[in-house]
Write a protein that binds this ligand. Structure first.
Ligand SMILES: C[S@@+](CC[C@H](N)C(=O)[O-])C[C@H]1O[C@@H](n2cnc3c(N)ncnc32)[C@H](O)[C@@H]1O
Length: 428
């Protein structure tokens, strides 16, 4: 059969051309509309903080650093979001949060647990806040595609307590203080501290401390509390580990009812474990060097469950712990690194500070240095002997590392039993 030549009239060509043009126009219009809608978000997300520290050259290549880079990028977006959210519509906010959380979700999905625990821990606070905020704006958005992904990996699941991304009671109280206590802190400010900490950016850190209106000039203590919270070491689980190590160099028969001074308590992560050791009749005293620590501890006390018991908080300084003479049985410090940067000089403030601690201890009382082996033992020994402490016990944590890293240890020193500290003469 011969095929017939097409008799399609020219009008039809025109009609079909018109249709194509119309479809194209609709498409372009649609695109324009979508882009117009996206613009504020892009602006939000691309006007990335010129005010937060810029990324230094991070060694690239490993999964850990790539994952961390992505989380840092999300963190920058989140800071911008926190600073601009009042000007955004509900729809814009939802979209921005979903974008950020998707990036987080993808990153977490590709991340092994070691990376998560060692490199990404600090981001669990802001990520949780993003998820919480999105759930408030649009409960479906979270449950539909995000929550599933997170909980499947047990990484944002509050029920799952054995993963470091779950919040224990202490972290929960800290979290609430950072994100739901606007009189205490601006979340965007706290998030910038996180980045300054990540990049070890001292200058930004100091600038941020200066922006804290509630602090007196040069007081870094509130900024430092936030820094500590985001380092990944400020859960009460870590506090438990710390105190468990301290117990290895203490006399277990003399702990119940003891007076324990926690010098440099920081966020207070060890208070709960100490209270368990000394019992309800023991006395717990915290010493720190700035009002920001006391402020935070008191805020936490308001939210924190009763596990801490009654605590006396004292403001000491770098030359004097300001504890009364002969008043404590145990002094514990973690992270002050006693003996580091010690100068063989009688005016070294560390000597005076240690002498003030020795005065505060009762005869036979113990001071525990819990500094992860930094400085090495000999250095710690040298300064402690200089002020007249006797070595009591050393406990090495784990086998010696093979890669030249410091061997972690905890060590205790005793105030000689023969030594009583004269009470200061009453004021005349
Ligand atoms: C690395 S942080 C550790 C905090 C807490 N112990 C922990 O393990 O999480 C060290 C803390 O010791 C405090 N600190 C340093 N020197 C101090 C001193 N002479 N007296 C009291 N606190 C001091 C710092 O302010 C800081 O909070």
């Amino acid at each position: 059969m011969k095929s017939r030549p097409s008799k399609t009239p020219p009008e039809n060509i025109v009609t079909s051309g018109r249709r194509t043009l119309l479809a194209l126009a609709v498409l372009v219009l649609g695109l324009v509309l979508v882009l117009a809608q996206l613009k504020p978000i892009e602006k939000t997300l691309s006007g990335l903080l010129s005010r937060v520290p810029q990324q230094e050259s991070v060694p690239s290549g490993s999964i850990a650093t790539l994952a961390e880079d992505r989380m840092i990028e999300v963190q920058r977006h989140f800071i911008t979001y926190l600073q601009t959210e009042t000007g955004l519509s509900r729809q814009e906010k939802t979209r921005a949060l979903r974008q950020m959380l998707r990036a987080v979700q993808e990153t977490l999905a590709e991340t092994d647990d070691a990376t998560l625990n060692n490199h990404l821990y600090a981001f669990k606070y802001p990520v949780r806040r993003m998820a919480e905020e999105l759930a408030q704006l649009d409960p479906d958005a979270l449950s539909k595609d995000l929550e599933e992904g997170f909980t499947a990996q047990n990484r944002l699941n509050p029920e799952k307590h054995d993963t470091p991304w779950a919040f224990d009671r202490f972290e929960e109280a800290s979290y609430q203080t950072i994100f739901h206590d606007p009189e205490y802190i601006q979340p965007a400010w706290a998030m910038k501290v996180l980045l300054a900490e990540r990049f070890q950016d001292r200058q930004s850190f100091l600038q941020l401390a200066a922006q804290d209106a509630s602090a007196s000039p040069n007081d870094l203590s509130k900024t430092d509390v936030i820094r500590q919270l985001f380092t990944g070491y400020a859960s009460s689980r870590r506090g438990e580990e710390q105190v468990a190590n301290a117990l290895k160099v203490l006399d277990p028969t003399r702990l119940r009812g003891a007076t324990w001074a926690e010098i440099g308590y920081g966020t207070g992560k060890s208070f709960q474990a100490v209270r368990r050791v000394i019992g309800p009749k023991g006395r717990l005293i915290g010493v720190e060097v700035g009002p920001g620590y006391t402020q935070f501890a008191n805020r936490l006390l308001l939210r924190h469950p009763q596990e801490w018991g009654e605590i006396t908080l004292i403001e000491g300084n770098y030359t004097d712990c300001r504890l009364p003479p002969n008043s404590v049985d145990i002094v514990h410090e973690a992270g002050i690194h006693v003996g580091e940067h010690f100068q063989e000089h009688p005016d070294d403030p560390q000597l005076q500070w240690l002498l003030s601690i020795k005065r505060a201890l009762r005869p036979g009382g113990l001071m525990v240095l819990n500094d992860h082996g930094s400085p090495p033992l000999d250095q710690a020994r040298s300064v402690m002997r200089k002020v007249g402490f006797e070595e009591f016990r050393v406990h090495y944590i784990g086998p010696p590392p093979r890669d030249g890293r410091l061997h972690e240890m905890v060590v205790s020193f005793r105030k000689p039993t023969s030594e009583t500290t004269p009470e200061p003469a009453p004021d005349s």
